[in-house]
Design a protein around this ligand. Structure first.
Ligand code: ATP
Ligand code: CA
Ligand code: CA
Length: 427
């Protein structure tokens, strides 16, 4: 459900980091966005732009509250991903991430130690990632770009940016910006993180009863007798897209990813009024870009002018359609995509393709773990047998096949349901 996590105020331990991330994004993204669009070149996939922030400011970077360095990776590629492939409005993107409304932090929900932050309107997630994941994403960026370009309805995580913040004492924090699969305007009544494995894949049901926001796993799904209710049409579309995404994941040799499933029951509706909470959000007071000579002499394209105006403005009224509020319904980017077009998700249908009162929010997440990396981890754990079961490293092709078999089996009427049950019995 929306607005989980803690809002980050100035006294929060990660306030400075958050401030630096947002300031860097704001300057990096707007700088690239203000340029006239040109075709991508192979060099764009290798490009890195560095920014140095300090309390004084200079021609390139406005003054900031803290000293830090910011690195923007492949900015043109991510601009194309955002604008041409994932249909984000550039001004919306910047405002969501950097308007004067603070992020909320989900802390570290996984075992990996990553932190998750939501944009103030809940549309975007910033996830801190390991250096190895960062390097890996750069190494597959061109293939990822080609895949999502050829598959606009992909279920894979949508990466909108890859950045690094370096703090004065040298600590480097890598992070990606991606889509929040869950909607701002709908309660998610049940959440599942499904991998197609049963080993250690159960969230205790006693705890789940007390915590409706718990992320449940494969065995909870199976034991509760859940099924994705999708009529023949949607089932065929989803199966085909998952098959293609799966082929891609096998080709880049990753594993440990999962299908995230959020279930909204339309009869239960919404318990909380999300918007009421949102406007109480604390203001972090991001720096106003200084009207330096450089920026005055910048591009005069209408696009750039509008962007700069939007960037400078912190007053919702001055932002025209970009007012600071949560969307009541998903218009905009999600409408473009088959699996996200029903109120930001995929509405259940019956055997005759007639709508049912459930909306699913689906996506394949955590796709940056190459097999070699997991093998190394496993190696470290040798002798710590208690931890061994937490991960069941199988090679990417086997992982992918098992994952895809399970995903077909979780759809009512999907292929392979019986076969999968046998497989589960054997495991
Ligand atoms: P681990 O490697 O231990 O699995 P991680 O830190 O890599 O953990 P993820 O698996 O990416 O984390 O995500 C952890 C949880 O955060 C997910 O189970 C889900 O509840 C939530 N989450 C992650 N990505 C998204 C997303 N794009 N939209 C909504 N929720 C998400
Ligand atoms: Ca995971
Ligand atoms: Ca992970």
């Amino acid at each position: 459900a929306p607005l989980v996590g803690n809002l980050i105020g100035e006294d929060h331990v990660n306030y400075v980091l958050m401030y630096n991330m947002l300031t860097g994004i704001r300057i990096g993204v707007s700088r690239c966005g203000a340029k006239i669009k040109r075709p991508l070149t192979p060099e764009d996939f290798m490009a890195r732009h560095k920014f140095s922030f300090d309390i004084v400011g200079n021609e390139l970077t406005p003054s900031a509250k803290y000293d830090f360095k910011f690195k923007d990776y492949a900015p043109w590629v991510f601009r194309y991903l955002r604008e041409d492939i994932f249909h984000l409005d550039p001004a919306d993107y910047l405002l969501s991430l950097t308007a004067k409304y603070i992020l909320s932090e989900l802390g570290s929900p996984g075992k990996s130690g990553s932190f998750f932050y939501f944009s103030r309107d809940y549309r975007f997630i910033i996830k801190t990632i390991r250096h190895s994941e960062h390097k890996f994403l750069l190494s597959i960026l061109e293939r990822y770009y080609e895949h999502v370009k050829a598959n606009p309805h992909t279920l894979l995580s949508r990466f909108y940016g890859l950045h690094r913040v370096k703090l004065p004492r040298g600590r480097k924090i890598h992070f990606v910006i991606m889509n929040n699969l869950f909607p701002a305007h709908k309660d998610v009544h049940e959440t599942y993180d499904l991998k197609g494995s049963t080993v250690g894949r159960e969230y205790p049901e006693e705890k789940a009863a007390k915590n409706p926001r718990a992320v449940l796993k494969d065995l909870n799904w199976i034991n509760r007798g859940n099924m994705l209710e999708l009529g023949p049409e949607k089932r065929a579309l989803l199966t085909e897209q998952l098959r293609r995404d799966e082929e891609f994941l096998k080709s880049i040799q990753v594993m440990d990813y999962s299908l995230l499933v959020g279930i909204h029951n339309m009869q239960r509706g919404n318990r909380e009024n999300v918007r009421k909470n949102t406007l109480k959000v604390f203001s972090p007071d991001l720096p106003e870009p200084r009207r330096s000579k450089a920026s005055q002499a910048g591009s005069k394209s209408p696009e750039a002018i509008a962007m700069r105006r939007a960037m400078r403005s912190s007053d919702p009224k001055r932002l025209g359609k970009h007012t600071v509020r949560l969307p009541e319904e998903d218009t905009g980017d999600r409408q473009e995509f088959v699996f996200y077009q029903d109120e930001g998700g995929l509405r259940a249908t019956d055997d005759n393709n007639e709508p049912m009162n459930v909306i699913y929010y689906l996506g394949v997440i955590d796709i940056l773990t190459p097999y070699t990396f997991v093998k190394k981890l496993e190696h470290c754990w040798k002798g710590m047998s208690a931890d061994r079961h937490k991960i069941s490293p199988v090679p990417p092709v086997e992982y992918g096949n098992r994952f895809f078999a399970f995903m077909k089996a979780v759809m009512r009427g999907g292929e392979g349901g019986e076969k999968f049950k046998e497989h589960v019995k054997r495991e």
